[in-house]
Design a protein around this ligand. Sequence first.
Ligand SMILES: [Zn+2]
Length: 63
Amino acid sequence: MPGSVSDMVVKIVVLFLVAMGVLAMFGKLRFPGQKRLAAAKCRKCGRYRIGKGQCSCEKGRKP
Ligand SMILES: [Zn+2]
């Protein structure tokens, strides 16, 4: 029956749009975290800094 086929197509399209919306939500949620992680990285060695202090590589140079 053509009617049931079009219903299936509509359901698939709706599911696809919902999935896209969920992915967009996850993308918005992830972006701030990624920016924070990038800001937490050391600019010289690229390792993640723990806390707000300087990286261990900078601490090692100035005993
Ligand atoms: Zn470093």
